[in-house]
Design a protein around this ligand. Structure first.
Ligand code: GDP
Ligand code: GDP
Length: 453
């Protein structure tokens, strides 16, 4: 059972628009005519990682705005009983009306936490309306715009203390998010790298047939950009679908107009649009070159899971020295992610190609992972306890909550005050903690800081 949030307010303040915004679908009717929403509507809402049921009430209609029609009122009273929090919505442009004040008076008598939402607050016209709302005695109003999606972060912050311990338990939630992310779905895998690194040979070896042309001359490949294929996992004998995104095939046409050096970056850029996981193929006889680091950085900046494969391992000299040298150069050269998976392969002999696929499926799992808000904030409290944020100029930076707003790639939002003062080193500390302790391994992570105004 999800916690319940009920929307209350007089007609036309934007309740349905708010409901739609939180549910993400056009479930409720929106109309300029007061009183369009006649029944209670229930929707499943998702706000920056918080899950709850949202109820749009019939409201406090209508003909005579100074009286509360009994029928509607009775219905709202019923709704309030099952709710964990009420959002009291008023029109911040219009300011408070007598009916708003009457609803507020009634709400103060209920045993229900109330969050005051000053809607239509985009732009300037809402300032005085918001000030008036302080007099309601229901706490600070949130400046909100249901139509423009403004104030969602503040709404999240106001809701979190009431909903956090009522979030679905982590195991149930994990099951749910497995529905969103199907680990059995086709793996979109791109293979990128400098000309002659062996991309076409690798794809041929994976497909175990000669469908691509290869040769010492760079760029002799076909045009198609993706090949659907099934990999058989030798450990389980299961087959798993893979879509290979073949950038070598994209190269040929562009070659005429662009220089090759530039080209492999451009190829890779196009490939990431289509892929979940990107394999950057290096040539063991050439080592890690500047261009390779550029491609690797770009892949991570685009938020894709990255694997580095050193190809032509069959002809590598001083194999362990080469491997360690590349490992060191990667950790130094890729500021975004330490410990990107590094696999030595040979497209020619077939060495470690199954390992490469196994690593690709594993890293996609990490890249697709969602951590429930409650578990995330338990980790967060520990991380702050172990290493409190600094206090520049004697004033402590307050870090309050964190939530995972996004997956694939994972994106987190951190709420607090004075966040503009937060040193990069502390941000790294948090990102590395998320990665190490919450199972995100070597995938790129985004952390957005948000302070309420
Ligand atoms: P309800 O009767 O309280 O459910 O209100 P509705 O959601 O039907 O909205 C009433 C009117 O206000 C509609 O014309 C909406 O487009 C408009 N509205 C809703 N939210 C906003 C907002 O954030 N800003 C502005 N300017 N108009 C809004
Ligand atoms: P692409 O330009 O990245 O598609 O590279 P190709 O697949 O066309 O390969 C370039 C050259 O490297 C060809 O001569 C391949 O035979 C050779 N090559 C590719 N993989 C290997 C490998 O694992 N070992 C060795 N020794 N040569 C390889």
């Amino acid at each position: 059972m999800l916690p319940q949030v009920i929307i209350i307010g007089r007609p036309n303040v934007g309740k349905s628009t708010l409901f739609n915004r939180l549910v993400g679908k056009k479930l409720a009717l929106v109309d300029d005519q007061p009183g369009v929403t006649r029944d209670r509507r229930f929707g499943e809402a998702h706000l920056l990682g918080l899950d709850f049921t949202i109820v749009d009430t019939a409201g406090w209609e209508d003909e005579d705005p100074s009286s509360l029609p009994g029928r509607m009122r009775a219905q709202t009273e019923v709704s309030v009983q099952g709710a964990d929090v009420a959002l009291f919505v008023f029109d911040a442009r219009a300011g408070l009306t007598p009916l708003d004040e009457e609803i507020a008076r009634w709400l103060r008598e209920q045993e229900l936490p109330v969050i005051v939402v000053g809607n239509k607050a985009e732009g300037r016209a809402a300032e005085s309306g918001l000030l008036e709302a302080f007099s309601l005695g229901l706490g600070d109003p949130i400046a909100f715009s249901a139509e423009h999606g403004q104030g969602l972060g503040d709404l999240f912050e106001a809701l979190l203390p009431h909903l956090d311990d009522k979030q679905p338990d982590p195991e149930a939630e994990a099951e749910e998010s497995e529905e969103d992310y199907d680990p059995k779905a086709v793996l979109k895998l791109a293979i990128v790298g400098r000309p002659n690194a062996g991309k076409s040979t690798l794809i041929n070896a994976l497909l175990k047939e000669d469908r691509l042309l290869t040769g010492p001359e760079a760029g002799i490949t076909r045009d198609s950009i993706s090949i659907d294929w099934e990999w058989t996992d030798p450990k389980t004998a299961e087959t798993r679908p893979v879509r290979l995104i073949d950038t070598a095939g994209m190269r040929k046409k562009a070659q005429v107009v662009e220089k090759l050096e530039k080209l492999s970056v451009a190829d890779a850029r196009r490939a990431v649009d289509f892929s979940e996981v990107v394999v950057l193929l290096l040539d063991a006889t050439r080592g890690l070159e500047h261009q390779d680091l550029k491609i690797a950085s770009m892949v991570l900046e685009e938020g894709r899971a990255l694997i580095i494969a050193i190809n032509k391992w069959d002809v590598a000299e001083d194999a362990s020295g080469l491997f360690n040298g590349i490992r060191g150069a990667l950790d130094e050269g890729l500021a975004q992610v330490r410990g990107v998976p590094l696999v030595a392969v040979s497209a020619r002999t077939g060495k470690a190609l199954d390992t490469l696929l196994q690593v690709a499926f594993d890293i996609r799992d990490a890249w697709s992972k969602r951590v429930p808000t409650a578990a995330l904030n338990r980790w967060f409290d520990d991380a702050l306890g172990a290493n409190p944020p600094p206090a520049p100029g004697g004033k402590r930076i307050k870090l309050r909550y964190i939530t995972q707003a996004k997956t694939r790639p994972p994106g987190f939002v951190l709420f607090g005050t004075r966040l503009d003062m937060l040193p990069e080193s502390y941000r790294r500390y948090l990102i590395n903690g998320i990665r190490r302790e919450l199972g995100f391994d070597a995938v790129p992570i985004r952390l957005t800081l948000r302070s309420p105004k």
